[in-house]
Ligand binder design. Structure first.
Ligand code: FAD
Length: 467
C-alpha cells in the first residue's frame, strides 16, 4: 500500500474542504485532499451552482415572456430544456475544473477515492479501481458534507420520486410536479419548473413556506407564487404515496384535518439533508456524533485533538459559505494563526434565489423578543423606490429588526429583486457595529434598489422620504 504523509488530510472536497485545503497551503501546511466524487462537492456539482444556472435561464425566459407587456416584440419559439440543462452542467463542470486548477496551483495533493478514518492520524483511501493508499497526517479535517434526506414511504426512485440531485439532472420539464418541502431548495425548484411551464403544487408541514424565514418576507414569496398559479398547501401532512402508470398520487391532510389526493407526473422530496457521517470510520477514532452531526468545540475541533469537522457534517446552517468559513477557522488554528473561534451565527446570510429573492441574517422580531430584546422593526416597501418601480420590481420589502433602546441591528429580512445582493450592506453595518443612523446617513446612488435599505434605516431615524 502506498503511503502519503501530510500536515493536513482533508476528507471531502466541497466548499468546506477545498477552501480549507487552499487556506492551509497558503499558511504553509503540506496538504492532501481526498474526494470520492467530483472536486467542488455538492455545491459546485449538484447544488448551488447548477441550480443557480437553471434559475438564471428561467429568469431570461420569464423576461422574454413578459417582453410583450413592455412594448418589445419577440418571435419566441419556446425553449429547449435539454440545452438549459446542458448549460447548467457546463457551469458546474467549469467550476469543478477550476477547483482542480487551484489544487495544482497550491500544490495540494488530490487523492481520488473513498476515504475511511482508519486509526489516529490515518485515513485509508480506496480508489474506484480497488487500489489502496494510506494517508498519515498530523491533522485531519472531516468535510464529507450531506445527502438528501429520505423519508419512509416516499423513497427516491430517480424516476417518479425525485431527490434534488435527480431534479437537477432532468432533461425534460415534467408537466406537473408536487414538491414535498417548501424550504429554500423546494422554493427554488418551484420557481424554475413553474417558469418553464410545469404545474406545481407545494406541500409543507409547517405553517408557512420558507419556515425559517421572517413571516412577512415569506408572505411576499407566497403571494408571488400564488399569482403564478403555484398551489401551496402549508400546515399540511403528506400521508401516503401511490405510484401510477402516469405518475404519482399523494394523499395529504390539510390544516383542519381535510384529506385530499394530489396527482402529478413527479414528486420531488426536499425535506432536508442528512450529514455524511455514517461509514467514514468516525468510531475508529472515537469521534462522537449527535443525531448524525459531529459536535465540535472551538475552532471546529472534535472531541479528538487534531481532528476537525466543518460544513454540512456540523449542526450549523447547511450553507456553502458557512462550510468555507468553518474550514478557514479550523486550518488557521492548526497552522497557529488562530483568529475567530467559530462562525458568528448572528451574522450568517441566508439567500433564496426565487423571484422575488429572499435574503436575511440574524433574528426575526419574534425570536429577538424571545431572547429578551425589546425588539422593533422598520419596514420599507420596494414600491417606494424609483428603481424598483422603473424596473418592474415593485413587490418586496426591506425589514430591519433592531433593539429599541440601543438601536443595535439584530437582523435584516429582505424580499425583492436582487435582495441577495443588497442584504450585505446591512450585514457589513452589523459586523462593523454601525447603527441604522450610519446606513441612513450614507449617500446612496439614485435610483438604486439599495435605496430601499437606506429608507428602511431612515424610518428608524425619523422618517423615510424617497420615491
Ligand atoms: P459537500 O459540498 O457536500 O461536499 C462533501 C464532499 O465530500 C463531496 O464531494 C463528497 O463526494 C465527499 N465525500 C463524502 N464522503 C467521502 C469519503 N468517505 N471519501 C471521500 N470523499 C467523500 N448553499 C448555499 O450556501 N447557497 C445555495 O444557493 C445553495 N444551494 C443549494 C442547492 C441545492 C439543490 C442543494 C442540494 C444544496 C444547496 N446549498 C446551497 C447547500 C450547499 O451545497 C452545502 O451547504 C455545501 O455544499 C456544503 O459543503 P461541504 O463542503 O460541507 O460538503
Amino acid at each position: 500500500m502506498n503511503t502519503v504523509t501530510t500536515d493536513l488530510a482533508v476528507l471531502g472536497a466541497g466548499p468546506g474542504g477545498y477552501v480549507a485545503a487552499i487556506r492551509a497551503a497558503q499558511l504553509g501546511l503540506k496538504v492532501a485532499i481526498i474526494e470520492k466524487n467530483k472536486l467542488g462537492g455538492v455545491c459546485l456539482n449538484i447544488g448551488c451552482i447548477p441550480s443557480k444556472a437553471l434559475i438564471h435561464q428561467a429568469e431570461i425566459y420569464s423576461h422574454a415572456l413578459e417582453a410583450e407587456n413592455m412594448g418589445i416584440k419577440l418571435d419566441l419559439k419556446g425553449f429547449n430544456y435539454e440545452t438549459v440543462y446542458k448549460k447548467s452542467r457546463s457551469a458546474a463542470d467549469r467550476l469543478s475544473k477550476g477547483v482542480a486548477f487551484l489544487m495544482k496551483k497550491n500544490k495540494i495533493e488530490v487523492i481520488e477515492g473513498t476515504g475511511t478514518l482508519s486509526g489516529p492520524g490515518k485515513i485509508t483511501v480506496k480508489s474506484s479501481s480497488g487500489e489502496e493508499i494510506l494517508v498519515e497526517s498530523t491533522n485531519i479535517l472531516v468535510a464529507t458534507g450531506s445527502s438528501p434526506r429520505q423519508i419512509p414511504g416516499f423513497e427516491f426512485d430517480g424516476k417518479q420520486v425525485l431527490s434534488s440531485d435527480d431534479a437537477l439532472m432532468l432533461k425534460k420539464v415534467p408537466e406537473s410536479m408536487i414538491i414535498l418541502g417548501a424550504g429554500a431548495i423546494g422554493c427554488e425548484f418551484a420557481h424554475v419548473m413553474n417558469t418553464f411551464g410545469s404545474e406545481i403544487s407545494m406541500v409543507e408541514m409547517l405553517p408557512q413556506i420558507l419556515p425559517t424565514e421572517d413571516k412577512d418576507t415569506a408572505k411576499v414569496l407566497h403571494d408571488s407564487f400564488k399569482k403564478r398559479k403555484i398551489s401551496i398547501f402549508t400546515g399540511t401532512k403528506a400521508l401516503g404515496l401511490k405510484k401510477t402508470a402516469s405518475g404519482v398520487e399523494l394523499d395529504i391532510e390539510k390544516e383542519g384535518g381535510k384529506k385530499e389526493t394530489l396527482k402529478a407526473e413527479k414528486l420531488l422530496v426536499v425535506v432536508g439533508r442528512v450529514p455524511n457521517t455514517a461509514g467514514i470510520g468516525l468510531e475508529n477514532l472515537g469521534i462522537e456524533t449527535d443525531r448524525g452531526f459531529i459536535p465540535v468545540k472551538d475552532y471546529n475541533e472534535t472531541n479528538i485533538p487534531g481532528v476537525y469537522a466543518i460544513g454540512d457534517v456540523v449542526a450549523t446552517p447547511l450553507l456553502a459559505h458557512v462550510a468555507s468559513k468553518e474550514g478557514e477557522i479550523a486550518v488557521e488554528h492548526m497552522a497557529g494563526h488562530a483568529g475567530r473561534k467559530s462562525v458568528d451565527l448572528t451574522a450568517v446570510p441566508g439567500a433564496v434565489y426565487t423571484e422575488p429573492e429572499i435574503a436575511s441574517f440574524g433574528l426575526t422580531k419574534e425570536k429577538a423578543i424571545l431572547k429578551g430584546f425589546d425588539a422593533v422593526e422598520a419596514v420599507f416597501p420596494y414600491r417606494g423606490a424609483g428603481k424598483a418601480v422603473a424596473t418592474d420590481a415593485a413587490d418586496g420589502i426591506v425589514k430591519i429588526v433592531y433593539a429599541s433602546d440601543t438601536k443595535e441591528i439584530l437582523g435584516a429580512h429582505l424580499a425583492g429583486s436582487r435582495a441577495t445582493e443588497i442584504l450585505h450592506e446591512l450585514l457589513l453595518a452589523k459586523n462593523s457595529e454601525l447603527l441604522p443612523y450610519d446606513v441612513a446617513e450614507m449617500i446612496h446612488a439614485h435610483p438604486t434598489l439599495s435605496e430601499t435599505v437606506m429608507e428602511a434605516a431612515k424610518i428608524i431615524e425619523g422618517g423615510a422620504i424617497h420615491i
